[in-house]
Design a protein around this ligand. Structure first.
Ligand code: ADP
Ligand code: MG
Length: 275
């Protein structure tokens, strides 16, 4: 078997304090190239902590995280920087990742400058490409975040992450604050980006409906541990764990097949989420 893009092995994370919080305990998972892996669980189950550890924002107390088989912890200098670039995050609140005073064009040009692209024409071309990827109209380039809808802002936040040319995108509740039809449209966009860019996505959500339609594999978390994981349809159709069944029972639409992402593809256009 080929080496997965991301491998999390026996990860534990402890937040300091009195008493210290064991937020994640002994979690292992692997994400292949072009795979969408969902992490599901109630609030406080440790999903964001796994994401933070993978993104290098918190240090594991135990275990390791490997990118292409290479442990992140051992990396220093340029190699560490490159590994960090390959993993990008999108959060629930797009306002947190967009400067309210910057025009959209400026927000997208900034990560390109950070990456060392100096040529103005090259930056403009790349910004246009990024906008097209997330299906945002060029007319919005000169707007500020407050002039955009929630869905448009989240698309821009995704474009900003894509500017770093990541191989793994972590979407931590990135759809959770959006209204239902916009969630479907941005969800379809994530799937499209996976297909076009062979992007791997760690999709964190408490929405089993969206997970079912988006994810290839799923892990169910509770109390800092992974209770079960496997192919999405298999886990959700025949959960091994009682807790997973409880989660499913709390999502009645899932039994009826839920929403149809393919039917929502039409909403990919920006008309789908007007300000
Ligand atoms: P989720 O994303 O699933 O809601 P989190 O990973 O945010 O869960 O949190 C897991 C546990 O760690 C929770 O008990 C939470 O209260 C705790 N926690 C999260 N962040 C911190 C922090 N910075 N300091 C202390 N405890 C934290
Ligand atoms: Mg969280």
């Amino acid at each position: 078997m080929s080496v997965p893009l991301l491998s999390v092995q026996d990860l534990s994370v402890v937040y300091p304090g009195s008493p210290p919080v064991r937020a994640v305990e002994g979690c292992s998972l692997a994400i292949g190239r072009g795979e969408i892996f969902a992490l599901v669980g109630e609030s406080g189950s440790g999903k964001s902590t796994v994401a933070r550890a993978v993104a290098g924002l918190v240090r594991p107390a135990q275990g390791q995280i490997l990118l292409d088989g290479v442990p992140l912890e051992g990396l220093r200098g340029a190699a560490a920087k490159t590994a960090r670039r390959r993993i990008q995050m999108v959060f629930q609140d797009p306002d947190a990742s967009l400067n309210p005073y910057h025009r959209i064009g400026t927000s997208l040009a900034e990560p390109l400058r950070v990456r060392g692209i100096k040529d103005k024409a090259a930056i403009e071309a790349r910004v246009s490409e990024l906008l097209a990827m997330v299906r945002i109209d060029r007319a919005l380039l000169d707007r500020r975040p407050r002039e955009l809808s929630g869905g448009q802002k989240q698309r821009v936040a995704i474009a900003r992450a894509l500017a770093m040319e990541p191989e793994l995108l972590i979407a931590d509740e990135a759809l959770s604050a959006l209204d239902v039809s916009t969630q479907a449209a941005v969800g379809a966009l994530l799937r499209e980006l996976r297909d076009r860019l062979s992007l791997s996505i760690l999709f964190i959500s408490h929405d089993l409906l969206m997970v079912r339609h988006l994810a290839d594999r799923v892990a169910i978390m509770r109390g800092g541990q992974i209770l079960e994981q496997g192919v999405c349809g298999a886990v959700l159709d025949a959960p091994a764990h009682r807790y997973t069944r409880l989660l499913l029972d709390a999502t009645p639409d899932l039994a009826r097949g839920g929403i149809d992402l393919d039917a929502e593809e039409a909403l990919l256009d920006t008309e789908g989420d007007v300000a």
